[in-house]
Write a protein of this length. Structure first.
Lengths: 131, 212
């Protein structure tokens, strides 16, 4: 029988959808100044979902943490590179102030949550010594 | 090399479960492969360096090259994977499917992130330079529509496709890979490719509208 896990994939996708929505909201109003409140709310919700996801994972019995960290660490390296490129474009285009903070934190969520999801997807099917 | 654990399932002979589980007389052989091809990483690095140069210099030609060339590659690969290779893969023998997967999926693992990053970063910079991401642009609604389509594709690719790709490869590296896990993940990969392929048609419609 397949083991039961918390809805990590669904939660991570919802979290990513929230930061994508925030990014689109900000981008769609260029160059006008627009209220940051909706983007901040979306970001906060996204961070909360990420935190909830991490907490849910820590409560899983006999989870293959060794395999999880091996995969997540290398994935994080790869996604840090793409996140850095995205950030470079923001800075190159003189994005600043609150918008830069919101976008940077959104990129951080992306660079943490996607590797977490990849690590989880691999580790959930692992039945090794650390599982 | 290793072989897939191939106890025939109860419903052997029906659908893809049987195909993945393999024939009862002899488990499929899994060829040796690199999960992340190192040579491909070098090429991906070259693409990303070229992208940084294109953005830093901010020249039209460089940015258009990154956006159009890699965008065309992204669209074509997704359409091909979703509507041509995906359905074929579902009807191949276990051995053929494993051999194709162990050769194709490591390459996809390196190619797709580089292609997608080059397309999106190059596209955003080009859009900023041309002013097409400004509200005053006549087709601004279409630009926002493209962001939404790309956003949905990104969520599907990052949330479902990429993790499934990596998990299948790691499963195939085990001494005794589990056919049910491979089948489950491959199904996810193929269905997701199909949905993303359909969204790429929307991208084609939007991009041709913006370019005309």
């Amino acid at each position: 029988m397949e083991r039961q896990f918390p809805p990590v994939t669904q939660t991570a996708m919802a979290s990513l959808a929230l930061i994508v929505a925030g990014g689109i909201y900000l981008s769609a109003h260029l160059p006008n100044h627009v209220s940051l409140t909706p983007a901040v709310i979306l970001l906060v919700l996204s961070v909360l979902l990420m935190a909830w996801n991490m907490l849910s994972l820590t409560r899983v019995q006999d989870f293959a943490w060794g395999r999880f960290f091996t995969v997540a660490r290398w994935s994080m390296l790869a996604y840090a590179v793409t996140a850095g490129l995205i950030e470079f474009v923001f800075v190159r285009n003189h994005v600043s102030g609150g918008v830069l903070v919101v976008l940077t934190l959104s990129v951080v969520v992306y660079a943490i949550h996607v590797p977490t999801l990849i690590g989880f997807t691999v580790a959930r099917y692992y039945e090794g010594p650390d599982a | 090399m290793s072989s897939v654990a191939a106890d025939p399932p109860a419903d052997a002979g029906a659908g893809t479960t049987a195909a993945v589980a393999g024939p009862p007389h002899g488990a499929p052989v899994i060829p040796d492969f690199e999960i992340v091809p190192r040579g491909g990483l070098v090429l991906a690095g070259v693409v990303l360096v070229a992208l940084v140069v294109a953005v830093a210099t901010n020249g039209i030609w460089g940015l258009e090259f990154m956006h159009v060339a890699f965008g065309a590659a992204w669209t074509t690969i997704d359409l091909f994977m979703g509507f041509v290779l995906g359905p074929i893969l579902g009807h191949m023998s276990v051995q053929a499917r494993i051999e194709l997967s162990t050769r194709l999926m490591p390459k996809m693992l390196v190619i797709m992130p580089a292609v997608v990053t080059a397309t999106l970063v190059g596209g955003w910079q080009l859009s900023t330079k041309l002013g097409t991401n400004q509200q005053a642009f006549v087709n601004h609604g279409w630009v926002v529509a493209s962001m939404i389509v790309v956003g949905v594709m990104a969520i599907l690719a990052l949330g479902l496709l990429e993790p499934a790709n990596i998990a299948v490869l790691i499963e195939l590296k085990k001494k005794r890979p589990r056919p049910d896990v491979i089948e489950h993940l491959m199904k996810r990969f193929i269905y997701c490719s199909g949905v993303i392929g359909a969204l790429q048609i929307a991208t084609l419609v939007i991009m041709t509208k913006l370019a005309s």
